[in-house]
Design a protein around this ligand. Structure first.
Ligand code: NAP
Length: 267
């Protein structure tokens, strides 16, 4: 864990980002980095966190980093409480996530893989969002963003845990939005299509309508600023969601089963 002290005059916003060591979380950290912003950056890879923090500091932000594994929701909850006690958070962005598909030659995903994906993509983020919502209510408001995926809206035979965990996260997020609106706590679900990050770079084959991580960060920050309940981008995926709802499920499943998806080994 490294930190530069946040107690400088003129501090305007305090933002905690999980998954800040890579991809969308990193791009969000750099998007928000400016004088007056304190960034609390979480990830697993301390070296990469330090690099992101150094870049953010060059743009004038103060930073602190924490390397921790979100497979342990209890440890993550304690870390969130401690971070928020030190520096009350205005914006919480739960970007960390794990994408994985059925290993080649297997008929299902592996139970250990499904457990890990469920913890990182669902159990830990909903635990952290709930704790933060409670704290923000007592402070009179705040913003929480949960990074889901368009995969939430499709039955992906090759990524049952990924699509299932993101579907759970999506319903949790919009339900929490409904519960928190009267308390001035704004919950934003973000459902990206393909974003050019190490996660999607592992996929072999086409990544249609690919968006850069910089553009994704801009869109996400704008939706958070507007307190929007749901941002899905790019738009063709919203169309795909509608189309799939119109197609009878057995036909949709046959089409989804025929999709060829492969990925390279973890980075
Ligand atoms: N890229 C896409 O096309 C795409 C599309 C839809 C949704 N999303 C979602 O967007 C979010 C960000 O993904 P990305 O594309 O930016 O992927 P990425 O570049 O692989 O970054 C994933 C981030 O999550 C962190 N993370 C993963 N497992 C963790 C764990 N067990 N404990 C703590 N941190 C963990 C990683 O930390 P370390 O690297 O330090 O381990 C990293 O910072 C994810 O929720 C993903 O599902 C991405």
């Amino acid at each position: 864990m490294t930190s530069t002290p946040p107690n400088r005059p003129g501090l305007q916003s305090r933002i905690l980002i999980t998954g800040a060591s890579s991809g969308i979380g990193e791009a969000l950290a750099l998007h928000y980095a400016r004088a007056g912003t304190h960034l609390i950056l979480w990830g697993r890879n301390q070296t990469r966190l330090d690099q992101v923090a150094a870049q953010a500091a060059r743009h004038g932000a103060t930073t602190e980093t924490l390397a921790l594994d979100l497979c342990d929701p209890e440890a993550a909850l304690q870390a969130l409480r401690s971070a928020d006690d030190n520096t009350p958070v205005d914006i919480l962005i739960l970007a960390a996530g794990l994408g994985d598909i059925r290993p080649e030659g297997e008929l299902t995903e592996l139970p250990e893989q499904v457990k890990t994906i469920s913890l990182v993509n669902f159990t830990t983020p909903v635990t952290l969002a709930t704790e933060m919502a409670r704290r923000m209510i007592t402070r009179g408001g705040g913003n929480i963003a949960l990074i889901g995926s368009v995969a939430a809206f499709h039955d992906l035979p090759i990524a049952t845990a990924y699509s299932g965990s993101k579907a759970g996260l999506a319903r949790f997020s919009t339900a929490l939005h409904a519960a928190m609106t009267p308390h001035n706590v704004h919950i934003t679900l973000v459902s990206p299509g393909y974003v050019d990050t190490p996660m999607s770079q592992r996929l072999e084959g086409a990544r249609p309508f690919l968006v850069s991580s910089r553009k994704a960060a801009r869109l996400i920050a704008r939706a958070i600023g507007q307190g929007r309940a749901h941002l899905m981008f790019p738009w063709p995926f919203a169309l795909a969601r509608l189309l799939e709802m119109l197609v009878p499920r057995p036909i949709a499943h046959r089409l989804l089963r025929s999709a060829e998806v492969r990925q390279s080994a973890s980075n």
